[in-house]
Design a binder for this molecule. Structure first.
Ligand SMILES: Nc1ncnc2c1ncn2[C@@H]1O[C@H](COP(=O)(O)OP(=O)(O)O)[C@@H](O)[C@H]1O
Ligand SMILES: [Mg+2]
Length: 326
């Protein structure tokens, strides 16, 4: 991919968490919450990241924006490898990369007015000459997301869930980022409100030339907004590619099961594929094989022993699956 066009390049990122020790002489074991995760995001692109709850989406997001340090791999942002940066070096990136969280209740300080909530990051990053200029800027961004001037002195609890999510978006926008990770921003909202928030994100992408990583546990949500889509399963990216190819020609057995659960208007739904077995948790670091093998109806001996890597099957369409060779 052309360097000019590329904003974020994540290569083989792994993030582990320690498991509780079972005995005093036991070696500490780790789970791979995110394993060998590689993704690139272009300028003005919306990349949709999808997977079941617990598959590592939030951990991937938090590691990319360096709330966590990766155990392995590189995070290259606008040409600079930030994966080992200390807090001081990360400071400018704390402005460039913003995050919008799933629950706008807990992410907005209940004791501050909406104006104060959006003014604070502008002051913190010294993006205004003085407080009144910062407040003016805050009001500008609140207006952009659809919060009226007459409402800016209210507190978060006086707004609906959808409006609170708009306020979270204004707060992220207020520091003029290039990249926003929206971690399940509509999962807690009514379906009718979801579409409004998704449309708002699309408008803001155009107006402010933003790139997004849009996280959801539901494929139906990302299909309307994403240029490209990645599917995660137990810490691993198992398939990714342009949105239309993923939806029209899903290749990984796991993506097929996800898609068979998405109703498509005016189209006969794909043959329903049902998963067998329980939802396992992220494997420990000594695990080898395909993470999906135990629930895959097509798995072979090889799938249980060797870890498949992402391979380009058609232009820009990648899957990690041994059956792709067959
Ligand atoms: N801070 C943490 N400490 C230990 N384990 C964690 C931590 N955060 C997440 N995990 C574990 O990592 C896995 C991935 O979690 P998460 O990234 O929150 O998934 P998702 O966002 O897809 O629901 C889960 O098994 C979860 O229990
Ligand atoms: Mg999450």
């Amino acid at each position: 991919m052309a360097g000019e066009d590329l904003l974020l390049d994540v290569r083989n990122m792994t993030k582990k968490f320690p498991l509780a020790r079972t005995g005093i002489f036991e070696k500490i074991k780790y789970v791979n919450a995110v394993k060998n995760f590689s993704v690139s995001i272009k300028r003005k692109e919306i990349f949709g990241l999808v997977g079941e709850s617990g598959c590592g989406k939030s951990t991937a997001a938090r590691t990319i924006i360096r709330l966590y340090e990766p155990d392995e791999g590189k995070i290259i942002y606008d040409g600079t490898d930030i994966s080992r940066f200390a807090e001081k070096e990360l400071r400018p990136y704390r402005k460039k990369m913003q995050m919008v969280f799933q629950n706008p209740y807990s992410s907005l300080n209940p004791r501050h007015t909406v104006k104060e909530i959006v003014t604070q990051p502008i002051m913190f990053h010294k993006l205004a000459k003085n407080r009144s200029e910062a407040e003016e800027k805050a009001m500008y961004y609140l207006d952009k997301v659809g919060v009226l001037r007459s409402q800016v002195d209210r507190y978060p609890h006086q707004f609906s869930g959808g409006q609170r999510q708009r306020i979270s978006i204004a707060r992220a926008l207020a520091v003029a980022p290039d990249f926003i990770i929206a971690d399940e921003p509509v999962s807690a909202l009514d379906v009718s409100i979801q579409a409004q928030i998704l449309n708002l994100l699309l408008d803001l992408r155009e107006e402010f030339s933003l790139s997004f990583m849009f996280i959801a546990h539901d494929l139906a949500v990302v299909r309307h907004v994403s240029d490209r889509v990645g599917i995660m399963y137990l810490g691993c990216l198992v398939e990714y590619g342009p949105y239309s190819r993923i939806f029209e020609n899903p290749l990984h057995p796991y993506t097929k099961t996800l898609l068979s659960a998405v109703p498509v208007l005016g189209k006969r739904s794909m043959e329903s594929v049902v998963l067998s077995g329980e939802v396992p948790s992220a494997p420990t670091e000594d695990f080898t094989g395909c993470v999906f093998a135990h629930r895959c109806i097509r798995h072979t001996e090889q799938c249980l022993k060797q870890t498949p890597v992402l391979k380009e099957i058609e232009s820009e369409h990648f899957i990690a699956c041994w059956s792709a060779d067959k």
